[in-house]
Write a protein that binds this ligand. Structure first.
Ligand code: HEM
Length: 481
C-alpha cells in the first residue's frame, strides 16, 4: 500500500471538506509578478495540507498555464506540462473534445476565455457564511493592497439540502478512493457499502498509476532550483519523456490537475421536458411518470437509489448504495438504461463483453468529483424563475486527456456508446442536430421506448484547467527569481 506524502499534498485532494459547507472560488489575474510570487510563497505556509482536518476554514490554491507563465516559470519547464493544460480549456481543439458548442461555446463564457483569462484559483471552504466571509475579505484585501492580482470573479458555492444537485437527484455517491487514503475508504464503505480503490498515480503525481507507471510530471532543470526546494525527478531514463532530459527536479510531485467548469442547469426546462414527454392519455401531468423518466436519464432515483437495485420505484433505504455492477444484474439496460448518465460516466463492468476487462479498463478513466453548487434551490423546480443556478463542477485527475476529457468525450458525448445510435448523455450531453438525433433509448422487454426531441439542459458558462501544486512546488513558484 502506497504512503501518501500528506504534508506536501493539498487537502482538497483527499477531502471534499464535507464539514465545511460554504465555499468561495476566487479567480484572479496576476498584475505584478514579484508581488504575486511573494503572495504565493506566503500561501505555501497557509494552505491546508492533507495531513489532518481543520475545523476552521480550509484554503487551497491552483494555477493555470497562463498563471505559471505570468509568475515567470521558464519556457523549458512550461513545455513539460501536458497538452490539454497548455492548450487551455477554451481552445478550439478542447471545445471540440468537450462539446462546448452553441450556447456553451467559450466565446460566450463569463470567465476562462480569451476575454477573461484566469491565472490563479483560491478555494476557501468555511463552516458558515460569516467565517468564510472574514477569511475571503482578509485574502482579497491583502492581495489588493499588495497590487499582486486583480479579482476576475468571486464564485460562492454551497451544498444543497439532502446532498442533491439542482435537478433534484442525490449527487456525490459514486467516487473512487485514492489508494493510501484509508480514512476516506472507511467512510465510503460505511456510507455506500462499497469502495473502489484506485492507484494514487491516477490522481496524485509522483505515485504509480493503474498502468504501474509514474504519471507524466512537469519538471524544471536542477540548475533552476538553486535553493533545492523541489525533490529530485527520480523516474528511470527509459520511462522519461523526450522533454525530460538532464538533471531534473520534480515540480509535479504531490500535485494534481484540477478541472473547473461552471455548468448552468436549466431546472425548469428539465422538468418541463419530462412533463411533456410523460403526459398521459387524458393529457394531464403525471408527476410519478416524470420522476421515473428523470431517473432513467440519471440512472438513480431522486433519493439516490440506483435503478439497478431499485428498478420499479424509489427506495430511500438505498439512497447511497453503490455496491452494484451492470453486467451481472442488468446487461441489457432494462433497469438502468445503457445511455443513462451514471452508466456512461462509470460503465463499471459493462463497458465491454468481458466484465473483468471492463473493470480494469474503466479504472483508467476515473475522476474524483468535488463539485459545489451556485444559485438557490427553486421554490418549485417546475416553474421558471430569474435565478441563475448550476454546479461548479470540479474534478481531480493526473491525466486530463485520459481521464476527464475521455469521460466527457468518449462516454458522455459518444453518440454510439454501447451500441446506441446517434444519442448522447440525456442529462448533460450535447443535444445538437448536427451531432446526434437528440433521442434516448430506454431499453425494455418486450419493447424499448425512444424519448425524442431532447434538449440541452446543461450549458457551460466558464472553465479552466488548473495545476494544483504540492506545497514544496508552491514554495518553489513563490521563490522564482
Ligand atoms: C450539471 C451537470 C451534472 C449533473 C447535474 C450531474 C449529476 C449527477 C448525478 C445525480 C449523479 C448520481 C449520483 C452519484 O453517483 O454521484 C452523477 C454521477 C456521476 N457523474 Fe455527473 N452530473 C453532472 C455532470 C457531470 C460531468 C460533466 C461528469 C464528467 C465529465 C460527470 C461524471 C459523473 C460520474 C463519474 C458519476 C459517478 C457515476 C458512478 O460512479 O456510478 N457528471 N452525476
Amino acid at each position: 500500500m502506497v504512503v501518501l506524502e500528506r504534508r506536501d499534498i493539498q487537502g482538497v485532494v483527499v477531502s471534499g471538506y464535507g464539514h465545511l459547507p460554504r465555499s468561495a472560488y476566487l479567480l484572479f489575474r496576476i498584475e505584478d509578478q514579484a508581488a504575486a510570487r511573494a503572495w504565493l510563497g506566503a500561501m505555501a505556509e497557509e494552505v491546508t495540507d492533507a495531513a489532518g482536518k481543520r475545523a476552521e476554514c480550509s484554503v487551497n490554491v491552483a494555477l493555470t498555464y497562463d498563471g505559471l507563465a505570468a509568475l515567470g516559470l521558464d519556457d523549458d519547464a512550461l513545455r513539460t506540462f501536458p497538452l490539454p493544460f497548455t492548450d487551455r480549456m477554451d481552445s478550439p481543439r478542447r471545445a471540440t473534445i468537450l462539446g462546448d458548442s452553441g450556447e456553451s461555446a467559450p466565446a460566450g463564457w463569463d470567465w476562462g476565455n480569451a476575454a477573461n483569462r484566469v491565472h490563479v484559483l483560491l478555494m476557501v471552504f468555511g463552516p458558515d457564511e460569516a467565517e468564510l466571509e472574514t477569511v475571503v475579505t482578509r485574502f482579497t484585501d491583502g492581495i489588493a493592497a499588495a497590487g499582486a492580482m486583480s479579482l476576475v470573479a468571486n464564485l460562492p458555492g454551497h451544498r444543497l439540502p439532502g446532498g442533491k444537485e439542482h435537478f433534484g437527484f442525490r449527487d456525490g455517491i459514486g467516487q473512487p478512493i485514492i489508494e493510501g487514503n484509508e480514512r476516506r475508504a472507511e467512510k465510503q464503505l460505511a456510507r455506500t457499502g462499497h469502495v473502489t480503490v484506485v492507484k494514487a498515480g491516477e490522481f496524485v503525481l509522483g505515485y504509480p498509476n493503474e498502468y504501474g507507471l509514474p504519471p507524466v510530471s512537469p519538471v524544471v532543470a536542477a540548475a533552476r532550483d538553486p535553493l533545492g526546494l523541489l525533490p529530485e525527478y527520480d523516474v528511470p531514463d527509459d520511462l522519461r519523456f523526450s522533454s525530460h532530459t538532464g538533471p531534473l527536479r520534480d515540480l509535479g510531485r504531490n500535485g494534481s490537475y484540477l478541472v473547473f467548469r461552471q455548468l448552468r442547469q436549466d431546472v425548469a426546462g428539465f422538468w418541463a421536458f419530462l412533463d411533456d414527454a410523460t403526459r398521459g392519455a387524458t393529457g394531464g401531468p403525471d408527476r410519478a411518470a416524470q420522476e421515473r423518466l428523470g431517473a432513467k436519464f440519471v440512472g438513480r432515483w431522486p433519493s439516490g437509489a440506483p435503478l439497478v437495485l431499485a428498478p420499479d420505484q424509489d427506495d430511500p433505504s438505498l439512497a447511497t448504495a453503490n455496491d452494484f455492477s451492470y453486467a451481472a444484474l442488468d446487461s441489457h439496460g432494462f433497469a438502468c438504461p445503457l445511455g443513462s448518465h451514471v452508466r456512461r460516466a462509470n460503465p463499471r463492468d459493462a463497458l465491454r463483453d468481458d466484465a473483468a476487462e471492463s473493470v480494469r479498463s474503466v479504472r483508467r478513466h476515473r475522476i474524483v468529483r468535488l463539485g459545489r453548487f451556485y444559485g438557490d434551490v427553486p421554490a418549485d423546480p417546475r416553474h421558471a424563475d430569474d435565478t441563475d443556478r448550476g454546479i461548479y463542477f470540479l474534478c481531480l485527475n493526473a491525466d486530463i486527456e485520459r481521464q476527464f476529457e475521455f469521460v466527457q468525450q468518449t462516454w458522455l458525448n459518444d453518440t454510439v456508446f454501447r451500441g446506441l445510435d446517434s444519442e448522447t448523455d440525456p442529462l448533460v450531453g450535447d443535444q445538437d442536430d448536427s451531432l446526434c438525433a437528440r433521442t434516448m433509448t430506454i431499453q425494455a422487454d418486450p419493447l424499448r421506448r425512444k424519448v425524442t426531441n431532447l434538449q440541452r439542459f446543461v450549458t457551460t458558462r466558464g472553465g479552466s484547467y488548473f495545476f494544483l501544486p504540492g506545497l514544496n512546488a508552491l514554495r518553489y513558484l513563490g521563490a522564482l527569481a
